[in-house]
Design a protein around this ligand. Sequence first.
Ligand code: TYD
Length: 213
Amino acid sequence: MTVANKKGYFITVEGTDGAGKTSVLATIENWITAQGHRVITTREPGGTPLAEQIRDLLLTSREEKLADDAELLMMMAARVQHVHTKIKPALMQGTWVLSDRFLDASYAYQGGGRGMSTARIDALHTWAIDHFLPDLTILLDVPVAIGQARVAHRGEEKTRFEEEKTAFFERVRSAYLARANQEPQRIVVIDARADQARVQADVIAALSQRWSA
Ligand code: TYD
């Protein structure tokens, strides 16, 4: 990671919809606090008041269909705002930052799900945030059917993405796994089919391995 004088660490949690990010985020937050560090938890798309407005544009279904390129550009625009106004300033102060999704989601959803070219995403990624990457990414991997059943169980109104078909999420899952394969040092894949206690133990093991007290 290339923030000059950075003191805190940046951790992201990824996975297909319904992979169980919420409880894992709480586990990580508690672990960081227990190590005696300050931490802020944030999310993408969003994380700042302006970026949250972009989130609303991205997640709410409207009559006018959002073009794939517009979707990718808006994800990146929200990310630039988030990194510059929230993530980097916190890291510089020694605060750890934990984000519910980040860059890898663009490769998984826009690249895998929508089928946009990786080269296009790479170019925008470099433009938007250069080589700024998380120190650790936890990828919660779960078969699509299980994730979809969990989402349906929540009973909340579906986002634009959650309305997609199974094949879309299969592509998202494959793209996430392909990325983990390319960057095994940064991305730790956790089997999120397991019960919550097991997933929690695996997550803590990954954190302890990286930052043993
Ligand atoms: P999320 O907050 O995880 O939704 P939920 O809480 O319902 O699981 O993420 C919002 C959606 O945005 C999710 O379906 C994935 C999508 N997304 C992208 O398509 N590209 C991106 O770069 C990011 C960050 C998210």
